[in-house]
Every structure is written in C-alpha cells, then in structure tokens.
Write a new protein. Structure first.
Length: 394
C-alpha cells in the first residue's frame, strides 16, 4: 500500500504537537517497517526560495511544504496576491507528491480545512485515492455551535470520507448521542473503532514505590481549553484539601484559559503548591510523569487521551473525570480512579487515593496489563493494515 499522511504541524521536528500528529506519525513509521510506502506531508514556515524539504525519517518519506512569501510587500493587495500564489503552489506540489508515490490512501485527522482540501482535490482532479479520517474528539460539534453555517462542510467531509476512524468506543457513543440530540443525519459510508495506542517497548516503566509522608505529586498534562478541559475543577478541588493532604500539583500545557487558571491559583492562595508549566516534548514529559504519583485529567469529555494511555502504560495511576469515553477504559479502584465533575467530589477522591496509597502498586499493575492488551501499537498496527487493505478492495 502507498499511504500519504498529512498534518498541518510537523511531528518530526521541534513543534508542539498533540495526540493526532503523534498517532499518525506512529502509524506511518510502523506501516513503513511492515513494507508499505509511507509518505508524510506537513507544513513549514515562510520562504522565498526552496519551498519543499524532503528527508527520510525511520523509513518514512517526509515532505515539509513551506509558504512562498514576497520579501518586501506588506500591503493588503500584495497579501492577497501572495495567498493566491501559495494556493497554486500548494496544489501543484501536493498533486505532484500524490502522483509520484502512486498514493492509494490518504490518512488525515479531522481538521476541517485539511479534510475539505484532500476531498475536493480528489473530486476536482479525478484522483482515485481512498480517504480515511481520524475522528478524535468533539471539536466539530463545538465549532458548529459557534458557526452553524459550517454544518454543511462537516456533513460533506463525514459523508465523502471512505472511512472514519473513531479512536474509541466511548467517542463513537458520544458522537451518536449528539447526532440524535441535534438531529444530524450524516450518511457515513464506512467506519471503524481503533487507536494505534503507544509503543510500550519505547516507554519507561514506573516502579511504583510506597508513598509515606512525602508530598503527593499530582500532574495534569493537557491543553488549556475554554470548552472541554477543566483545570478549574482541579484547582478548586485542591484548594479544599490543602490542609489535609501534603501535595504539589503541576498543570502542564498552554492555551486560551491558562491566564484565567493562573489567576484562580492566586485567588485560592495556592501559588506555592500549584504550578503551571509550559508544553513539554514527549520524552521530557515522560520523565516528569515518572517522578509523579498521580495523573489527574479533569474534562467534560474526551476523544482518547494520549497522556492517559501513556501514563497507564508506564504504570502511573490515573484519576479522571467520570465521562465518556474515559469511563470505558478506566475501571474505578481497579485500573485507575474516576470522579464526578464537582470540586468537592474531586477533593474527596484525592483524599481517598492518598489514604490508600499503599494499594497504588496494584492499580499500576492492572493499568499496565489493560494497556498492553488493548493499546499496544505493535498489535494495533496489524489491525490498521488489515482495515486499509480491505478498504482498497472495495
């Protein structure tokens, strides 16, 4: 198979990337090892010369496309000219790459602009690749709520995709719930539920030691979002227990609500105990998690949290919101912990976990066993290979 993967931000460099970029990179590299041609196209910065960089990374052929930029004109009329030039160049380069590598499948995560681009490109140029969309969350629904006119565009990408890859059973259920509530009648051609997971062989393993009287080190590592993530609940919760549990809480990430959370920390007089830390590269984050006692993940919903899967895989216990799809792969008091989304319940749950901290090694073991059985990328890549092959036969 000849597969092209596309992301707007490169997972092969120093850029901040999320679970979507990391997952597509993992699939590309593992499919390449299995003998399939993996081509990864991504975006770079602005340039006047040499608009394409090509390199081979772990057997994946990586193309970085840079924007052409006129070196001296800044007026609006020249900005429009520059935009038009870039559109033509971009179309030319991507069509050239698609044809050069005889692409049979294009795999893209569900960024509206990128999905529309490859589906319309295929339609306008009579290209015959299959289009697979990685469906990882509910941002599409949040976007439609704010901009209802975009419903027609989401309808187009949902219905024109040859296959939609829901990354968890819980997300698929959440998608269907919303569609039923809002009377969305998307006619999806084909779908499957699967996530590549993590390469457990490359991850460190936490040897969970008994916690005595040291500070209980908790961490939440995710973006600061105004519609999904709930760092505010966690901050309110630890404010209730600051005289009961000796703790440190680290909030790792960036986003539009980070300043609001920083202000809340100050208002609650928690500046000594709660720290906000900017985004960390993956291996640096793993090292940080290895030194922690509990991963916390407060949210309204999720697609499939990569940091939760990785934490469970390395043996770090997880306390997460009792929401879809998290409650589909975390069993409370067995493979992790779940909490309803109120500060008081979160506070009570943290106290409970701290009080039974001697049992955390067993929780750690159970979590690792679950991840090995369900989210081992060496097993799941076989399923992707089979699904992609069947798609080409249809």
């Amino acid at each position: 198979m000849n597969i092209l993967y596309y992301t707007s931000v490169s997972p092969f460099g120093e850029s901040k990337v999320g679970g979507a970029e990391t997952s597509l990179k993992t699939i590309a590299e593992m499919m390449a090892v299995k003998g399939h041609q993996s081509v990864f196209v991504t975006r770079g910065g602005n340039r006047f010369f040499k608009l394409v960089d090509k390199q081979t990374v772990n057997q994946v052929q990586v193309y970085t496309l840079h924007k052409f930029k006129l070196p001296f004109f800044k007026r609006i009329v020249f900005w429009r000219i520059n935009k038009s030039i870039n559109k033509r160049i971009n179309n030319y380069l991507i069509k050239k790459i698609l044809k050069k590598h005889k692409t049979s499948i294009v795999h893209v995560h569900y960024n509206l602009t990128n999905c529309l681009y490859f589906l319309r490109l295929r339609e306008k140029n009579n290209l015959n690749y299959k289009f697979v969309m990685r469906f990882a969350g509910m941002n599409w629904y949040e976007t439609i709520k704010k901009q209802p006119h975009l419903l027609k565009h989401y309808t187009y990408i949902f219905e024109k995709s040859d296959a939609i890859n829901f990354i968890s059973e819980g997300l698929y259920q959440l998608y269907n719930q919303v569609c039923k509530e809002k009377d969305y009648k998307f006619k999806i051609q084909n779908s499957f539920i699967l996530d590549i997971g993590s390469n457990l062989e490359q991850m460190p393993v936490k040897l969970y030691n008994k916690i005595d009287n040291k500070e209980f080190r908790m961490v939440m590592a995710t973006r600061f979002s105004d519609y999904q993530k709930r760092q505010d609940i966690l901050v309110d919760a630890v404010a209730e227990i600051k005289n009961e549990v000796p703790f440190r809480l680290y909030l790792i990430g960036s986003g539009p609500t980070s300043e609001i959370i920083e202000k809340k920390i100050e208002e609650k007089s928690l500046s000594e105990q709660v720290k906000i830390i900017p985004f960390m590269p993956q291996e640096e984050l793993w090292d940080f998690l290895m030194e922690s006692d509990l991963l916390c993940h407060a949210c309204e919903y999720e697609g499939l949290s990569k940091v939760i899967i990785e934490s469970m895989g390395m043996g770090l216990p997880v306390l997460a919101s009792n929401v879809l799809p998290l409650n589909k792969y975390i069993v409370d008091n067995k493979s992790g912990f779940l909490s309803d989304n109120t500060p008081t319940v979160w506070a009570q749950k943290i106290i409970e976990i701290y009080s039974i901290r001697d049992t955390l090694p067993q929780i750690s073991k159970n979590a690792r066993e679950y991840i090995k059985a369900n989210y081992d990328s060496n097993k799941n890549i076989e399923k992707y290979e089979e699904i992609f092959a069947e798609l080409l036969v249809e």
